[in-house]
Design a protein around this ligand. Structure first.
Ligand code: 5AD
Ligand code: SF4
Length: 442
């Protein structure tokens, strides 16, 4: 049997990276092995993101580049998969003649047939969304892995319908994966030397699995079960919606030392008027109360967030409310974006994208500048403390330096001769930048 070569390029969120690992596994079943070089591949897959217009623009640009490769190697099959495939559907095949086939996020099992048809000269598409598909029987091929950290996808889809967001349209209905298959995958990873698992879902807090005996497993229970695999296995999770961040989850984190002290809780805006318009289903006061609950139960917990600047009708006062909320929470880290209108969303249908681009940019810059101050302050507060670091490898700057993360997901760099990837080390922090803690091994 001759092995064919597969090249995958992934854009977007961690869920997409996790999906590429599922795709690699499905393709391995059809006798494909991975290559790092697009030019050596028989099949090229571009796993795409639609979250903001600039994410899509990057993919269009990349597809134009691949056109010349296709001219040189006319037998290479190029497929677009993921959120853009779902959003544009068959129209994508017309827009990009060099695209041979497309597959949406729930159609990856059909990739071998799509590729067979396109090899026979037929452009093909499968963009059916599913209410059941969780790929739970598929063992992902770990791509670009450091051998220490891995993702496990525990649920798919989203039904929150935040007004700005395209995800409910590209990834379909919410569904949870069988917990037994999650536990098996986590145990296998641990036995293969992995020490950190991130449980992934668009909204992990609404995870629920109905068992045959009539009982329900929810996220706090699931994460506790994964944490019980071994104290040396660290557990992270992302992402949670503030409206579903329960006291039970906070308690589960507090009770397990190996569930990481790091919660990503996207706030999006600090203004109640904008939160309501965004259909976020919580208020600024509710969000601050959740932060208070986290800090009371888990005093050393890092809190990170997502913020959107310049949503429809956002006034200067709304923007100031976002800045003041940031100061009040003192986020350790944030992902910050300019609002980008997405076709089909509630906001695109009902509201005017009326904040001028230069105003969006200026507000975003102010948000980024403030976050940089907050991150630096948060890191300065760590100088003198001892943190437990999971070693991920050598630092980018020097082979004698080790890079890892502490439980709060802060990057820590220190000198060491003996430590290996996957070891734990206690490190005393001596200095910092806004992005990195630097210290000495104890
Ligand atoms: N424009 C800008 N940012 C967006 N996000 C989601 N949709 C949009 C959009 N249309 C951001 C949100 C979300 C993160 C994954 O991306 O902050 O939490
Ligand atoms: Fe991930 Fe959303 Fe981008 Fe799809 S659109 S890849 S779900 S971030």
């Amino acid at each position: 049997m001759q092995h064919k070569k597969l090249y995958i390029e992934t854009y977007g969120c961690q869920m997409n990276f996790s999906d590429s690992e599922i795709v690699a596994s499905i393709m391995a079943g059809d006798h494909y092995t991975m290559t790092e070089q697009a030019k050596d591949a028989n099949v090229i897959l571009i796993n795409t993101c639609s979250i903001r217009d600039n994410a899509e623009q990057r993919v269009w640009k990349r597809l134009r580049e691949l056109k010349s490769l296709k001219k040189k190697h006319s037998d290479v099959q190029i497929g677009v998969i993921g959120c853009m495939a779902e959003r544009f559907k068959e129209a994508m095949l017309e827009m990009q003649p060099e695209v041979d086939f497309i597959a949406g996020p729930d159609a990856y099992r059909s990739l071998p047939e799509l590729i067979a048809a396109s090899t026979a000269g037929q452009q093909t598409a499968n963009v059916m969304l599913s209410e059941e598909e969780t790929y739970d029987d598929i063992q992902p091929v770990r791509l670009h892995s450091n051998g220490v950290s891995a993702f496990i996808s525990i649920m798919r889809g989203c039904e929150n319908f935040c007004a700005y967001c395209v995800v409910p349209f590209t990834r379909g209905k919410e569904r949870s994966r069988n917990p037994q298959t999650i536990l098996r995958e986590a145990t296998d990873l641990f036995n293969n030397g992995y020490r950190e698992i991130t449980l992934l879902g668009q909204n992990v807090n609404s995870y629920h699995w109905n068992q045959d005996d009539g009982t329900v497993i929810r996220f706090p229970q699931l994460i506790s079960m994964v944490a019980a695999i071994d104290p040396l296995l660290r557990i992270r999770f992302t992402t949670s919606h503030p409206k579903d961040l329960s006291d039970d989850l906070i308690q589960a984190i507090a009770q397990h030392r190996n569930i990481c002290r790091s919660i990503h809780l996207a706030v999006q805006s600090g203004s109640n008027r904008i939160l309501q318009k965004m259909n976020r289903k919580y208020t600024r006061e509710y969000y601050l109360e959740r932060i208070h609950a986290i800090r009371t139960a888990i005093p050393d917990c890092a809190i990170s967030t997502d913020i959107i600047a310049g949503f429809c009708d956002e006034t200067e006062q709304d923007h100031q409310d976002t800045l003041s909320l940031m100061r009040e929470v003192r986020f350790d880290y944030a992902f910050m974006f300019k609002y980008s209108e997405r076709p089909d969303t509630i906001a695109a249908k009902k509201f005017d994208d009326n904040v001028p681009d230069e105003v969006k940019s200026r507000r975003l810059e102010e948000i980024i500048a403030l976050q940089q101050e907050l991150s630096l302050q948060s890191n300065k507060n760590d100088v003198g403390k001892v943190v437990e670091v999971l070693v991920e490898g050598n630092s980018r700057k020097s082979a004698a330096q080790i890079m890892g993360r502490d439980s709060r997901n802060k990057v820590v760099v220190f000198d060491s001769q003996e430590l290996k990837t996957g070891d734990y080390a206690d490190v005393r922090i001596t200095r910092c930048t806004s992005a990195t803690l630097i210290g000495d091994e104890l």
